[in-house]
Design a protein around this ligand. Structure first.
Ligand code: SIN
Length: 310
């Protein structure tokens, strides 16, 4: 039986359903080229802002048994640099997803205009960075999200999707799905890190990262149930009509399989990539192939959304 892990999102074919999450190993030209050479199914850029940023003070990333906490503060090269890099990255023959962030609407608008002309395969609008002191996550402001996305929708000509924060109540899933239906997005990426968690070192009686008094985005294995719930909620609300990229808690092929069952068309990998390096793609791909072989699935679409309920 031949197994093919490729997937299609918004009409774009990805050679594998595994890719990096925006933020993981994707800030510099070297990192983006390494993703191009790896077996990742796409190159996802770091979320870009108008000007280059060094990000928050260190220590700003910490890993622990079961996950990680980060408050990177959007370190990136600035969108003009990524606009120059995107056409060069096309030589790797896999889709490029440009991730856009900002602090005010105008930041997003400017970036979207310039990046649109660089013609990435998809654009992911990051409404969910939890790590900028004093800047709330836009994705929790439904009216603000709608205004911004409507404006961007009139600018962006490549398939435009959103990266959302985790929601914890069905009313919030419904409110955001309503916004996204009105705007008309090409895909949904859920979830960004679980914002404003706090990890404590009891020996030192100390926080583990410096920014925001130790508060940061939680990622990795421990957030998988929240990620799966968000994938599943949006899959049901969109009745499978809007492709979903599942992010959160992907460490093994089984984790990918669970995301697919909940309705994801692809998954993004963050903490595991940072901890293990790009070899994680091959390992997880093999594990997923093993699961497909055992279960008789040939491609992600065979099991997408197939989760049964009691
Ligand atoms: C960061 O750079 O602080 C993380 C970005 C994000 O969570 O969107």
């Amino acid at each position: 039986m031949s197994i093919n892990l490729s997937t299609v999102i918004a009409g774009v074919r990805f050679p594998s359903c595994l890719m990096n999450a925006a933020g993981a190993c994707c800030v510099t030209q070297e990192e983006l080229e390494a993703l191009g050479r790896s077996s990742a199914g796409a190159i996802v850029t770091k979320s870009m802002t108008p000007h280059p940023r060094t990000g928050n003070p260190s220590p700003r990333y910490y890993s622990f048994e079961g996950g990680s906490i980060n408050s990177m503060g959007l370190p990136n090269l600035g969108y003009p640099a990524y606009a120059r890099l995107i056409p060069e990255l096309k030589r790797f023959g896999k889709p490029i997803i440009a991730s856009i962030a900002g602090f005010r609407s105008q930041d997003f608008v400017e970036a979207a205009q310039v990046i649109n002309t660089a013609n990435p395969d998809l654009m992911e609008i990051n409404l969910s960075c939890p790590n900028i002191p004093g800047e709330p996550q836009i994705g929790y402001d439904f009216e603000g999200s709608k205004r911004l996305l409507k404006e961007l929708r009139s600018i962006v000509q490549v398939p435009m999707g959103v990266k959302l924060p985790p929601y914890f109540d069905p009313a919030h899933h419904e409110a955001m799905a309503e916004v996204l239906n009105q705007v008309g997005v090409a895909f949904v990426s859920v979830i960004n890190s679980l914002g404003n968690g706090l990890v404590v070192d009891p020996e030192k009686e100390l926080v583990v990262i410096k920014p925001k008094g130790g508060f940061g985005g939680i990622g990795g294995k421990i957030i998988k149930p929240v990620a799966l719930a968000n994938v599943r909620a949006f899959w049901k609300l969109f009745q499978g009509q809007v492709p979903i990229i599942g992010t959160g808690g992907v460490v093994t092929g089984t984790d990918v399989f669970e995301h697919l069952l909940c309705g994801a068309s692809a998954v993004q990998i963050g903490t595991t990539l940072v901890e293990e390096g790009l070899g994680a793609f091959e390992r997880i791909e093999k594990e997923l192939q093993g699961i497909f072989e055992k279960k008789g699935y040939q491609s992600p679409v065979d099991c997408r959304g197939a989760l049964r309920e009691l």
